[in-house]
Write a protein that binds this ligand. Sequence first.
Ligand SMILES: Nc1ncnc2c1ncn2[C@@H]1O[C@H](COP(=O)(O)OP(=O)(O)OP(=O)(O)O)[C@@H](O)[C@H]1O
Ligand SMILES: [Mg+2]
Length: 319
Amino acid sequence: MPKSAIARNQATIEGVNLTLSPPVETFQDWIGQTDVLKQLLACWLVIHEKDLPLSPRLIGPPGIGKTTLAMAGAREKAQPLFIYQCTSDTRPEDLLVTPVLVESGKIAYHASPLVTAMITGGVCILDEGNRMNEKSWASLAPLLDHRRYVESVIAGITIPAHANFRCCVTMNDDESTYEVPDYIISRLQPTLEVSYPNRQDELAILQYHLPFAEAEMLNMTVDFLQRAHDLNLEFSPRDGIHILQYALKRLAQDSDHPLSRDEAWRESLERVLGEEALDLEKMAEQRNRALGGEVPGVNLSDFFFGSDDPLNPNRDDET
Ligand SMILES: Nc1ncnc2c1ncn2[C@@H]1O[C@H](COP(=O)(O)OP(=O)(O)OP(=O)(O)O)[C@@H](O)[C@H]1O
Ligand SMILES: [Mg+2]
């Protein structure tokens, strides 16, 4: 008997039969920011028989497009796509193989989306990886280095990854997160940063998702988002899509007192992002005050002098 065999939604590894997960069939185009898509595709390229693909980390604030980018990368490579949604409750067996009691009273083994991608040569996105605990991450350590396999304790098998298997992890820095251990971070390289789209791209993103939106409403939303990006406020294309969507629904409603476009848009902004979003400048000022007047991540001394430069007043001085 071969060591592994695949038929329809079943695979046999070391004599153990696994039921495979279905691939994700929905796709979205990636609009603008071609650089970061190219960087992702470069990670997945194999340029020599001794070379291996990289599993990058896609980082950025919520709603900026990390998952969409990874999905677009999989489509570009024309490979089946699998997404594993990481949560704080994810156990190693959920990530790999879970036992399921079937009618006959026997145990059947279900391969996770990750293991299915490994077996079939697909792409797996480990989505929101920052939510997963260390124990689950530990089970992926051999997969994410030159070994390219996982060990399922439950099924008692070692599962090697197909040569075409590719992986990436999306992470954002919201509060509900675990500290991903350093030995895992060092395997999830390089780090690709998704940034806010420029005006032209942001308009195209909104138009792509809401092709029926009229120009005036689109422009109001893009103006708002661009202003928020300039002020370093974390409002995303996803927020823009929701604001526009609700405003358009309110406008379309039959009513004895129809709303003006401006009224519908402002109401939507307030419902989606809260009243404080009506005054972005004030919001930015409050945020800056809460941060002690500092713009996050910018320290002029560190900018001009290295962090261990004797001229740097904030010098890292360990001795
Ligand atoms: N460049 C883009 N092209 C097409 N759609 C985009 C783009 N950027 C963002 N979007 C749209 O914005 C919404 C949010 O994107 P997505 O879910 O990928 O964000 P995310 O960074 O993964 O968010 P989270 O951190 O909450 O998981 C989606 O509807 C997505 O399609
Ligand atoms: Mg996401």
